[in-house]
Structure formats: C-alpha cells, structure tokens
Design a protein around this ligand. Sequence first.
Ligand code: ATP
Length: 500
Amino acid sequence: MDEKILFRAEKINKSFGPTHAVADFSIEISPGEVRGLIGENGSGKSTFSAIIAGLHKPDSGRLFFQGKEYMPSDTSMAAQAGASLIVQEIGTIAGISVAANIFINKERKFAKHGMLNYEEMNREARKILDKIGGEHIDPSVITGKLNLEDRKLVEIAKAMYSQPALLIIDETSNALTTHGRNILYQNIDAVRQEGGSVIFITHDLDELMSVCDSVTIMRDGHYITTLRGAEMEQKKMKELMVGREISNNFYRSDMEPNYRRDRVVLEATDLCSIEVGNVSFKLHEGEILGIGGLAESGMHELGRLLFGLEKKDSGEVVVAKSGDRIHNPQDAIRNSVGYMSKNRDTEALLLRFSISDNIALPSLDRIKEKGMIFKKNEHKLAGQWAENLSIKMRGLDDLCTKLSGGNKQKVVLGKWLGNDSHILIMDCPTRGIDIGVKEAIYRLMENLKAEGKAIVMISEELPELIGMSDTILIMKDGMITRTIERGEDVTEQTVIQYMI
Ligand SMILES: Nc1ncnc2c1ncn2[C@@H]1O[C@H](COP(=O)(O)OP(=O)(O)OP(=O)(O)O)[C@@H](O)[C@H]1O
C-alpha cells in the first residue's frame, strides 16, 4: 500500500435484510488527515464506521490499515490494531465505574493472582482523564451518575487510551457543550500531531469546515465524492448529500413577529428548581418562542419543568384554555402539550418497540375504537407521519433500535406531531437531523404556527433560533436575562454576548 495512505476501504458492502446500508463504498485517507464523512440520515455513515471498529462484519470488500490488510472481528481487535470509535449514542456502561469503562476488555492488565487491582486501575484512569481534558471526572465513580457530556468524555478517554492511529468520531459534538467540543477538537489535533487520521461524522457543516481538511459524501450507502480545502463549499456539500438543488435559506422568510398577542395559551410564573430561577413568560397562539443559552444555562431543565417531568420548587405552569396546572406529564398530555426530549435514547423513545408503537403512543386515546386499539389505526397514523418525515425504514413494525440516529429523532417528532399537540415543547428539534429533512421540519413548524399552535423551541443552534423564533428568551445561570423580538437587528454575535 502507498505510504501516503494510512487507511483504505475497497468496495465495502453491508446489508441488513433488504437494506443495502453500505454499497460498494471505497475511500482512502492519508496520515495526518481529518476527513469529514457526511450524508443524509440513514446514508450508511455509522454502519461504515462500525465496520472499521469491528462492530459489524461487511458482506464483502477489503480494508487496509497501516500497510496491512485489516478486518477486525471485534472492538478490542480494532483498538489493538489502532482504530478506535466514539459512537453516536451512549457508548459507556452505566452500572460500572469510569475506570472500568475506560479499560473494558483490558482488565487483564490490572490483574494479579486472579484479583483486579482497582487502585492501579483508578490511577491509570486518572492519568488518561487528565491528559484528555477530563480532570474533573472521578475514575472511581459509577458512570451512570455522570451527565451526558462527562460520559462522552469518558468515551474519549477510552478511545485515546489506545493511542489510535485512526480515530472515528460519530456525531459526538451535539452531546457536548462548547467546553466539551473544545476538548474533542484538542484530541483530534493530538491524533493528527502523531501522524494519525480522524474520520469525523457530523451534520453541522460549520463545524465540519472548521475541523476537517476534506470531506467524503455518502448517499444511500454509496460513495459520491471527496472534496478538499476550498472545494468544501456548503451549498455544494448540501446538494451532493441530498442529490438535488436545495434552497440557501431554509428559515422563515417573514421578518416580523407574527402571532396572536391577545391569546395566551400557556403561562409560566416564577418557576424555580435547582437549575432554574424565577422564570416567567407567556406563550401565545401561533408563536414560536425560542429559548437560547449555553447548554448549562438551565434551558433544557426549563423544558422538563414545563412538561412536568421534573419537580418544581415553586412557581406554576398553567394551560390557559383549561386553567389546568401542569404537575406531571399526564397533566401535560391531557392538555395537548407535547415534549420532544433532547435525549432521544433514554427519554424520548421506547427503543425496543416498533416505529408504529412509538408514534402512536401519546395518541392511543384518540385512535381507540369502542375502547380498543387496533393495529390498523396505529399503522394509519404512524404511516402518515413516517411519510411526512421521510423516515428511512423497511416497515412500520421495524424496532427503533434498528434505525439510524437521525431517523430515531424523526420518530420522536412524528410521535408529538401525530398527537395533534396544540403546544409543543421541542428541545433541540433538529439534533442529528440531515439538511433535507431539517428544511421539511422548519416548514412543518411554520404550518403548525399558521394553524394557531404554539411552540417552545429550545435550541443550541443560533441560526435556527434567530431564523425561526418570533421571540427569543436568552437564559443564563438559570434565569432569563434578555428577551429579543423577531426583526430586531439580531446577529449571532449579539445573541452570544447575552449568553456568556
Ligand atoms: N442493526 C441494524 N439492523 C437493521 N437495519 C439497520 C441496522 N443498523 C442500521 N440499519 C439501517 O441501515 C441504514 C444506514 O444506517 P446508518 O446508521 O449507517 O446511517 P447514518 O448515515 O449513520 O444515519 P444518521 O445520520 O441518521 O446517523 C439505515 O436504513 C438503517 O435503518
């Protein structure tokens, strides 16, 4: 193999039943290169990554790595050969310690006379955590007690421990705060400095442009092309991903706030909890109320308080039409309030249930016939939303575990849109969603707005926040620090200033 090539894949194929997830896919990566890998939801990125990391065996094709033919049969073999993967979903085991996660399958290193030396294991874990930027994480703590970001940092530590020559990062940044992202980027640089390569999967094209030297586009499992340096132009990348022309500006085109100021649908008064302090606001008919802030600003907790998922210390959330107070999710659902959680795998979906079951779940009361739930009614509702949202699946009875990340997110959306929610609390509605469907979701939000429905949109994406909201509430340290009306001269820079 050419010395300038660190990794090569030759005509890789992988099918799951009738789904041809990776099709004749070939790629070459040079030492020191950070290669982006992009494509629509379900285009095969995670499957290809899993093949390199030994999680899936391809049906055909060959891999070459560091001058040798390579085909790992599991993740330990891949790590030994120098390839590590940070997965898109949670990749650590909740019930064991941080150190045990970092050294999974490497425990033997710490065994003496048949006993594990936990102290030594924790000491080693301390060193690698310090090295990767996880100084604040205690290696002896049970991993499930950590927040999502710290669990991701544990995965980074695990991946970096084996000093990978090839690091694959599958859509990890959207689980991270700015601080976490910077740690991730530092580790990418560290691999590059050592002459290794990185495959970086993301739907965020700005991030892609700042992190990657080149980008390969996948569509329906196929290799489309690779762009380098100045060729990496956003419009071009989007069009190559979706295979058609797409509009440059997919946010709202009207520049004025446009909702019924005289009709309040939901009112939050003096909401307080551990992470939220004295938040009050009114949500109106036809309004998109954006909530922005840094990830630790309390905005995600606010969404959970509004839906009754978390206990308030004081304050109240009242649905204007019924006068009902929301104390728990049952109160919310009864009042046509829907909630899309940011954490789709742990909170938003029943992963071991079908697409149809998940979409129909909050609507069961509505689709009952003579007190009975018929599969055909579930399928009718789920089929309509699966089509509206272009969910890539074999059938409505597919289990959600089998779906790609972005397609899982679409099921969450379908669930609450199908429920005909009048008030929707959307926490990061387009997280992990590809560019084509993102556009469709924004049009859907506009339609809901035109029907008089109201949306609370919690978002970490400034263009989305500015582009879609009638009103933006900025949160900092659990409190609302600024209210911005649509049409005011807002730029991303001014919004950031209020957040930090
Ligand atoms: N274990 C599995 N069983 C059945 N089908 C699967 C399995 N894993 C993936 N698929 C299917 O293979 C296709 C490719 O999925 P993959 O997760 O590789 O896409 P992706 O490009 O990573 O998408 P996303 O951007 O949404 O994460 C999808 O249609 C998906 O439903």
